[in-house]
Design a protein around this ligand. Structure first.
Ligand code: SIN
Ligand code: CO
Length: 412
C-alpha cells in the first residue's frame, strides 16, 4: 500500500523555565533528567525511540513531519561568512570548510556528501528551542547545536568525539553503528579524523524523532539512508584543565594591574651576608609567600572569575550588531517595563554565585544592586522584564544593549 503524506515542518516547543527534573521525559524514553544524569551522562550510550513523540503521532494521523529547517536554509547559511560550515564527501573522502558558493553545494539527490552547519541556535529559532530542552545541563558545558544534511551514503566516517552529544534524527533515516572499542587510533592517510580500525558493536537505524546519546570517546559512524537526511547534534564541550588553568591564570595576572600597591619595589634590609650568592634569596621567597597569602592568590576563589569569564566567551565566529536606532537610556528603561530583553542568540551568559559574566566580561562588577540583580535574572532565566529598574547610561545592561549583546524581543 502506498500512502500519501503531506509533510509539515515540526515546531519544537520552548522548554518551560522550571524544568521538571525528577519527572519522566519522553526525550529520554520515560526517564527523568535526574536519572539520565545518574545512569547515562558521561557513562554509557542511550538510544531513545520516539524521543520526540510528535513525529510518531503525526505518522499515526497520516501526516508526515519534517525538519523545521529546510535544505535551502542550510545551504544559504553555509554560503554566509560568519557561519561555520563544512562539506564532507565520502568515497573518496574529502573535506572543505565554508563559506561555500551555492553552486559548489551538491544536489540533494547526489550521493555520499554531508554538509555540517555549526552554531545553528544562533541562526534559527527552532534550533534555539531544541537547545532549551537541555538546560538541565550547566550552560558552561554547552557548545552548540550542529545540523548535518546529507545525500544517501553521506557521513563523516567512523570517528570519536571528546564531546557528549545528543544526536536527534530530524529528517530521513540514518544508520548508526557504535563501539566502545579501546583502539581509537586514526587513519593517517585520510584528510579527516577517521578511525583506523572501527569495529561496530551495535547498529540501529534512526527514524525522524529518534535520538541517540553518546558520551565522549564512543566510536560512531552514521550513514544517511535517505536524501536530505538531517541529524541535529546537541554537543557539550569539556575544556582541558590546561585550558581552564591557563585562561584563569592569565586573567588573574591581568587583574593585578588594578592593585597599585604591587608597584612597590621589593626591599631587603634584613638580607644577611650569604655564602650562596647564586641562590634565589630566602628573603624574596618569604615576601612573595606573604604577598600571595595577603592577596589570597593562593586560593581558588581568585581563579574562578577568570575561568567563568573565559567560559562565557562567545564563539569565534560570533558577530554582534548593535541596534540601528538605539533607544536613549530613559526609553530603554521604559521599554524594559513592557518588552522582554533577551540575550542575542550568540551571547553567552554564565554566573559565578551572584557575579554575572557575559561574552567574556564581568557585568556585575561596579554596578548598582538593581543592575546586578537584572543580570542575575538574565543569566538564570535568559529573559528580563523589569518595570522598576533604576538604569543609567553607563550601566553594563544598557551598554550590552548598545553592543547588540542583548536585544528586545521582536526587534530582529
Ligand atoms: C553527523 O551528523 O553526520 C555527524 C554527527 C557526529 O557524528 O557527531
Ligand atoms: Co561524532
Amino acid at each position: 500500500m502506498t500512502s500519501f503524506y503531506l509533510s509539515k515542518p515540526y515546531e519544537p516547543p520552548q522548554a518551560p523555565q522550571n524544568l521538571p527534573l525528577n519527572k519522566p521525559w519522553a526525550l529520554f524514553g520515560g526517564i527523568s533528567p535526574d536519572r539520565f544524569m545518574k545512569q547515562y551522562w558521561q557513562k554509557k550510550p542511550l538510544l531513545v525511540r520516539g524521543a520526540i513523540p510528535a513525529f510518531r503521532l503525526a505518522t499515526q494521523n497520516g501526516e508526515c513531519l519534517d525538519s523545521p529547517v529546510s535544505a535551502d536554509t542550510l545551504i544559504k547559511l553555509a554560503s554566509e561568512d560568519g557561519v561555520e560550515s563544512r562539506l564532507i564527501k565520502s568515497n573518496p573522502w574529502s573535506f572543505d570548510a565554508g563559506p561555500f558558493s551555492k553552486k559548489s553545494l551538491l544536489e540533494l539527490n547526489n550521493k555520499n556528501w554531508t554538509l555540517l552547519v555549526q552554531g545553528m541556535e544562533s541562526h534559527h529559532s527552532a534550533a534555539a528551542k531544541v537547545l532549551s530542552w537541555f538546560r538541565f545541563i550547566p550552560d558552561a558545558r554547552l557548545d552548540d547545536l550542529m545540523i548535518s544534511i546529507a545525500g544517501i551514503g553521506g557521513g563523516v566516517g567512523a570517528h570519536f568525539d571528546s564531546y557528549d552529544v545528543f544526536l536527534i534524527q530530524m529528517s530521513g533515516r540514518r544508520q548508526w553503528q557504535i563501539s566502545a572499542q579501546k583502539d581509537l587510533s586514526l587513519n593517517p592517510k585520510l584528510p579527516l579524523k577517521i578511525l583506523r580500525n572501527f569495529k561496530s558493536e551495535h547498529e540501529w537505524v534512526l527514524e525522524p524523532g529518534d535520538m541517540l546519546y553518546l558520551p565522549p570517546h564512543i566510536a560512531h559512524d552514521g550513514v544517511a539512508l535517505d536524501a536530505g537526511c538531517q541529524t541535529w547534534s546537541v554537543g557539550f564541550r569539556s575544556p582541558s584543565f590546561k585550558e581552564l588553568l591557563q585562561e584563569g591564570l592569565w586573567r588573574l595576572a591581568e587583574s593585578l594591574e588594578s592593585i597599585p600597591e604591587l608597584e612597590q619595589k621589593f626591599s631587603d634590609p634584613l638580607q644577611k651576608a650569604t655564602a650562596h650568592a647564586e641562590q634565589l634569596p630566602e628573603e624574596l621567597i618569604e615576601q612573595i609567600r606573604l604577598k600571595l597569602r595577603d592577596l589570597k592568590l593562593d586560593q581558588i576563589d581568585r581563579f574562578l572569575p577568570g575561568i567563568t569569564a573565559y567560559l562565557s566567551e562567545p564563539k569565534q565566529q560570533a558577530l554582534f550588531d548593535g541596534p540601528i536606532k538605539p533607544l536613549s537610556p530613559s526609553l530603554f528603561t521604559k521599554h524594559l517595563g513592557s518588552t522582554k530583553l533577551l540575550p542575542s542568540p550568540q551571547t553567552r551568559i554564565l554566573s559565578l554565585g551572584k557575579e554575572v559574566f557575559c561574552n567574556g566580561e564581568n557585568m556585575s562588577q561596579g554596578q548598582s544592586k538593581g543592575i546586578a540583580r537584572a543580570w542575575q535574572t538574565l543569566s538564570a532565566k535568559k529573559v528580563l522584564l523589569d518595570r522598576k529598574l533604576q538604569n543609567s547610561p553607563q550601566s553594563s545592561l544598557y551598554q550590552a544593549y548598545l553592543a547588540g549583546w542583548l536585544i528586545f524581543e521582536g526587534s530582529k
